[in-house]
Design a protein around this ligand. Structure first.
Ligand SMILES: *[C@@H]1O[C@H](CO)[C@@H](O)[C@H](O)[C@H]1NC(C)=O
Ligand SMILES: *[C@@H]1O[C@H](CO)[C@@H](O)[C@H](O)[C@H]1NC(C)=O
Ligand SMILES: *[C@@H]1O[C@H](CO)[C@@H](O)[C@H](O)[C@H]1NC(C)=O
Ligand SMILES: *[C@@H]1O[C@H](CO)[C@@H](O)[C@H](O)[C@H]1NC(C)=O
Length: 290
């Protein structure tokens, strides 16, 4: 056999191989990047868009979770759920289509659990060919609250603290000062209950690095998703010039006790900005009299 002929034959075989592969083709699957568990839970729906040649026989569609079959459908039969998804997939869910091979192709999880995170695969098989596609989802239980605070240390440093309560999975927690990321080392403490986490992150800054009224932000992100939450607080410098504070009797007291109490809370900040505003009004009113 000449070299040329051999090459031609191989090319022919290659074309034949391509053709067989084309008998079944998954074009795309829709797996949301994330799903949030809320009290009033919506079902979680995955779609599988595929093309099967008319001549194909022996069609079977399966969904797999982390490579374990959880749903199977043969068009002549009713679909069924498998393993730990048994009873949690909606077997009556029907796509509005006339295509006999599409009706029950979607996977519908009625009450998703945190353990349902991971890789989902749509697998379509016929006697003539097979194809599969996989994508990953992160199930999230959003936090109950984010608590951002700061306190003054004895050595002239300021300790920033951000706590995130009852979240799944463990998020990334970072600080911004004046909308710029702080690259100082963060200390992270993670506590886990049955499945939810409490995370407390702290970092220490030199007081001289923080300008009065600077916005401080705690950013909570869940890796590999676009989940992001932020909590803000305005830095109140205890050593700032007391220019606008002198003339108000009752309210000044509140401010002083707030600064002295070290641990700043949101209420203290709100009170002190009220105080600032009142003092401004007072000054304006005083001038207006002249
Ligand atoms: C699904 O359909 C069957 C028969 O039509 C019915 O008995 C069953 O209650 C339905 N299940 C759900 C979850 O709607
Ligand atoms: C999902 O698949 C990706 C890519 O193969 C892999 O990195 C990841 O660990 C898998 N996730 C799980 C939960 O198995
Ligand atoms: C997380 O914080 C909440 C609220 O403060 C508390 O009830 C819960 O016990 C904490 N869980 C852990 C594991 O520390
Ligand atoms: C904070 O910064 C100031 C000015 O740069 C410096 O003099 C001081 O030693 C620093 N304090 C600490 C605790 O590092």
């Amino acid at each position: 056999m000449s070299d040329k002929l051999r090459k031609l034959l191989l090319f022919g075989l290659f074309l034949l191989f391509l053709n067989v592969c084309k008998a079944v083709k998954i074009n795309s699957i829709t797996v949301p990047q994330r799903y949030e568990i809320k009290d009033d839970t919506e079902p979680l729906i995955f779609n599988c868009d595929f093309t099967v040649s008319d001549a194909d026989t022996g069609f079977v569609l399966k969904w797999l979770h982390n490579n374990i079959a959880i749903y199977q459908w043969i068009p002549s039969k009713h679909p069924f759920g498998l393993g730990h998804f048994k009873g949690r997939v909606d077997l009556n869910y029907t796509l509005p289509t006339n295509d006999r091979l599409k009706k029950h192709s979607a996977l519908v999880i009625t009450k998703p659990l945190l353990t349902d995170s991971g890789n989902y695969t749509c697998s379509v098989q016929t006697f003539q060919g097979a194809d599969r596609k996989t994508d990953e989802i992160q199930i999230i239980d959003p936090e109950d609250s984010i608590d951002l605070s700061y306190q003054f240390e004895a050595d002239g440093m300021v300790k920033l603290k951000c706590s995130v309560y009852n979240i799944y999975p463990v998020p990334e927690v970072d600080f911004l000062l004046d909308n710029k990321e702080l690259n100082s080392a963060n200390d992270k403490d993670v506590q886990q209950d049955t499945e939810l986490f409490n995370i407390t992150v702290t970092t220490v800054l030199n007081k001289t690095e923080i300008v009065d009224d600077s916005p401080m932000t705690c950013v909570v992100k869940i890796p590999n998703t676009d989940y992001i939450k932020q909590e803000h607080k305005i830095y109140d410098d205890p050593n700032k010039p007391a220019a606008t504070k002198t003339s108000i009797l009752g309210l000044t007291k509140l401010e002083q006790s707030d600064a002295a109490s070290n641990e700043n809370n949101a209420e203290g900040i709100r009170l002190s900005s009220t105080a600032m505003f009142s003092s401004l009004l007072l000054v304006v009113a005083t001038f207006a009299r002249f």
